[in-house]
Write a protein that binds this ligand. Sequence first.
Ligand SMILES: [Zn+2]
Length: 216
Amino acid sequence: MDPISQLADLFQRFPGIGPRQAKRFVYFLLRQNGGYIRELTHGMQELQSRIARCAGCRRYFTNAHNAAAQECAICGDSARDSALLMVVEKDVDIEAIEKSGSFNGRYFVLGGTISVLEKEPEKRIAANELFRAISERAQHSALKEIILALSLNEGGETTAAWLRSQLAPLVREHALTISSLGRGLSTGLELEYSDVDTIQNALHSRVQDSETHHRE
Ligand SMILES: [Zn+2]
């Protein structure tokens, strides 16, 4: 295969990129100078060498200072409240919530959502990893509340409902509370596009599952 088609094939694997756009990327690169190409290549290599996935929350973080570090700055921060665990879909959701400055607990990145028809949810999202994390934290770090901060769209709601049913035994065993973000978040809008005030409101007005609430 010629280098143009070869590279276009690689670009086509990007989310939302079709064959024509992939070709346009290649021709764009052909018109750039050597400096740009070097910077791009270097940037991609840096992703491999300096970015790691956090063993605690599963988000990607820059492992710049200590190559042996397994955890991101948020997970490594002992001042954060280990009683609260917020489950989000993707890394950028953490950035949005951190920017709102209204949450001081821990996070877990699920890596996506599932659809109603999903036959093997645990292969699509990091569900087993989440169950393990909750179980460990309930035993060793005083976890009390799991906040499901998923999108208010079909995928987010299906995922939240499935997680609730799967988490029921753990919730009972460790007397945990499950809550979800409250009013203010627009239906269909993803967390990452919500503004700071909206996120603050949604967090302050978060709703606990009535079932778990009554048991307390
Ligand atoms: Zn982390």
